[in-house]
Design a protein. Sequence first.
Length: 353
Amino acid sequence: MRTSLVRSAGEALRRRASSSATPSLAPSAHTLRRSYGSESTPERKVAVLGAAGGIGQPLSLLMKLNPLVSRLSLYDIAGTPELRPMSATSTPVTGYASEEQLGLALEGSDVVIIPAGVPRKPGMTRDDLFNINAGIVKSLCTAIAKFCPHAIVNMISNPVNSTVPIAAEVFKKAGTYDEKKLFGVTTLDVLRAKTFYAGKAGSIPAATNVPVVGGHAGITILPLFSQATPASNLSTEDITALTKRTQDGGTEVVEAKAGKGSATLSMAYAGAIFADACLKGLNGVPDIVECSFVQSSVTELPFFASKVRLGKNGVEEVLGLGPLSDYEKEGLENLKPELRASIEKGIKFAREN
Ligand SMILES: NC(=O)c1ccc[n+]([C@@H]2O[C@H](COP(=O)([O-])OP(=O)(O)OC[C@H]3O[C@@H](n4cnc5c(N)ncnc54)[C@H](O)[C@@H]3O)[C@@H](O)[C@H]2O)c1
Ligand SMILES: O=C(O)C[C@H](O)C(=O)O
């Protein structure tokens, strides 16, 4: 009963999304309960780098269950023994452990998902991870440029506001950069925004949409509740509180885990949704729209998260911001200096190292 209610609400919103000038995120895109029966499914290899980690393990499991994935390649410097038995089923799964095997792990990949790197502990910002994760991302992207230069890259490793520009610079240096194929994964921000909004507005989370733009750290995360669907007449105080909760969603988890890392299961779910959207786009499924941190001219910043239409080549169209409330306009101006600094920090690191 609940499932059919969710499905029909999802259908109605999806129809509305595909007929409106400014496409909205398809609500059904944020559930993994879907039928793939009528969709074409070419051979697709997906590689997960950092597959043995808190995110990597459940994310690999979810990718294993995705019928659009025909080969799954799992790489982690810590080894992937726990994941190895997954290969005893129809989708071949191969685990790789040492740097010498990274080329094999990557070769022929259509989509590479990167959750490799250290997570935060209480009291840290995402930028505090830069010193360790920048080098990890740089070396993994160097290998991607060599072994699967045409793959779509889904960057999860933090600080996303800097790791995506690092990846772009590495690919530019290697002569393989295709801005249509590099994505910072911000899907968890969208999931949080719609969950918190639905709780307040009384809507069904799976049938709720909230675009989240900007970046992926603190105030650079800007949920656009004025564009939330279904619309709701929430007070200014409610919108302010929902915005802050979305911006602090990651920190809330880091503090609750009290030193045992940051969001893992919810991120695996978010990462699986985003990778699935990329695969659908690659396979030519129309009207796949997700928020993501990409090369952008939506603002004066070179990278920015906004709604993106996915297609056979990755980014098909970076969609504009749409009408903003005064509160959102102010949030947008406030986030720019921090986001710019994080982007520049990533570019500088990649150029100098
Ligand atoms: N984008 C987002 O919304 C989002 C959400 C949650 C976490 N994160 C980030 O994801 C990253 C991973 O988080 P986690 O909780 O899975 O951490 P984790 O420590 O549990 O796992 C990271 C894994 O990466 C592996 N690794 C380290 N260096 C590697 C390398 N050079 N090659 C391959 N593997 C390598 C480690 O062995 C480990 O298994 C962190 O940077 C975290 O901040 C991002
Ligand atoms: O908050 C973190 O450090 C991890 C991640 O970016 C998140 O948003 O959960």
